[in-house]
Design a protein around this ligand. Structure first.
Ligand code: HEC
Length: 158
């Protein structure tokens, strides 16, 4: 037992030395996990992807029109109250992912989160939605789920 503990400490210590010496050579990207990478990619898609749409809008107090992206309505990456181009306010997307799957009365259909994304890409952006489970859809889904970290899941399943 004692031996094992010492060995573990030795491994830890050598690892620390190794990472300290390698620190200068390795870039910060090397430490990003696949999940963090998906979150980052999803956040970038959320802010800039147009899904083939050429739709634009003129933000309040701005002089020039801007391309419509998710961020046009869901302000600050969906982290704060959103504002529609019409000026109407919509809730932030914090916790939203935990509210899916959910029944959509208008569509008479149970919407998964990806189904909701398809709707927003078509109706909100005026673009063509990528296939379900395609890399772009998965990155967007992971990003939205990251905004719901620690939220209670299954709220719509009574
Ligand atoms: C033109 C404005 C607009 C754009 C662009 C838009 N959305 Fe939405 N989105 C809305 C509105 C309005 C709702 C319904 C909000 C409400 O009343 O809860 C909504 C709802 C959602 C919801 C469900 C929120 C909930 O709990 O009801 C998600 C998730 C979402 N949008 C993600 C996205 C993503 C991702 C994009 C980009 C692919 C996007 N939206 C683009 C306006 C937009």
């Amino acid at each position: 037992m004692m031996y094992r503990r010492i060995a573990a400490i030795a491994v830890l210590a050598s690892g620390m030395v190794a990472s300290a010496t390698a620190g200068a050579a390795t870039t910060p990207e090397a430490k990003i996990t696949p999940m963090q990478q998906a979150i980052d990619q999803g956040a970038a898609i959320f802010k800039s992807d147009r899904f083939g749409s050429t739709r634009t809008w003129i933000p309040d107090m701005a002089f020039h029109s801007k391309p419509v992206t998710c961020d046009s309505c869901h302000s600050n990456g969906g982290k704060t109250v959103g504002v529609m181009p019409t000026g109407a306010k919509i809730p932030s997307l914090i916790g939203t992912a935990a509210d899916f799957p959910r029944y959509n009365a208008k569509a008479h259909e149970v919407f998964t989160l990806q189904r909701q994304l398809v709707h927003c890409i078509r109706a909100g952006i005026g673009g063509a939605a990528p296939a379900y489970n395609s890399p772009v859809m998965v990155d967007l889904e992971v990003y939205l789920i990251s905004l719901s970290r620690h939220a209670t899941m299954g709220r719509n399943v009574k």
